[in-house]
Design a protein. Structure first.
Length: 247
């Protein structure tokens, strides 16, 4: 825990603004965008009531940011949880963009640009379902994966199980950006956003698990969890599409 306002200030920015500006919730895509625009260290904290990004800036920079979704943390009275420099991934808070040197700070103009672009894109109408994503087909294929997943002694084989697992992983990786983009465009008090956040967190957890088990039952259990994540994502995206069509 380090106090802000001594060697650095911190601007806390909501994920809705960051993801809208980057046009993605994928960590690699967001990281590449922020590295280019902010050119400085950023902490990502995806847990707790809100989902936040923390841009480190020079002391007394960005003093004009003072709103619920973009706020310069109060100097000398706010303590920031700063991860170890080597922590560059989940779980917990981590460096999306680690500091490169002492006194490495984000460009204030870059912070302003991210906020401006993010708010502008949030205000723009957007398609709830990514173009070219066939939700009905993906849902049907994931249902088919679940329908034939009772392992026998000799058949299906471990290779069959691994192939099914990779298919389920592929579908989830296709669906995840759509969920993350939808999350970015919903208000913080929208109940659907909470469901999406849970789905995104579980998807990341399942994708992060080892898929190389040589135990047939474990391999199928992992595939089933991936397929269920896919079906949950399909349901959410279809509901968002129906809601948008009704409007």
């Amino acid at each position: 825990m380090l106090p802000t306002g001594h060697t650095f200030d911190t601007v806390r920015i909501s994920a809705a603004i960051i993801h809208a500006a980057a046009q993605s919730g994928d960590p690699d895509t967001v990281g590449a965008y922020l590295a280019r625009v902010l050119d400085g260290p950023v902490i990502h904290d995806a847990y707790g009531k809100g989902v936040w990004y923390y841009a480190l800036v020079a002391v007394r920079a960005c003093r004009h940011h003072d709103s619920p979704d973009v706020q310069r943390l109060t100097p000398k009275t706010t303590w920031l949880g700063v991860p170890a420099v080597a922590r560059t991934g989940r779980p917990g808070a981590y460096w999306l963009i680690p500091p490169r040197r002492p006194a490495d700070y984000c460009a204030p103009a870059g912070v302003d640009e991210v906020v401006r672009v993010g708010r502008q894109r949030i205000a723009e109408p957007s398609a709830p379902v990514p173009a070219g994503l066939d939700l009905e087909r993906i849902g049907a294929e994931c249902e088919a994966l679940l329908d034939g997943t009772t392992p026998a002694v000799d058949s299906p084989s471990l290779e069959d199980a691994k192939e099914s697992t990779q298919r389920a992983r592929g579908y989830l990786m296709l669906l995840l950006p759509g969920l993350q983009d939808a999350e970015a465009r919903l208000s913080s008090d929208d109940p659907v956003r909470s469901r999406i956040m849970l789905g995104v967190t579980e998807a990341h957890r399942q994708l992060g698990l080892d898929s190389s088990s040589v135990n047939l039952a474990r391999q199928y259990a992992h595939m089933q969890r991936l397929a269920r994540c896919c079906l949950g994502a399909v349901d959410l995206l279809q509901a968002l599409g129906a809601s948008a069509a009704a409007r």
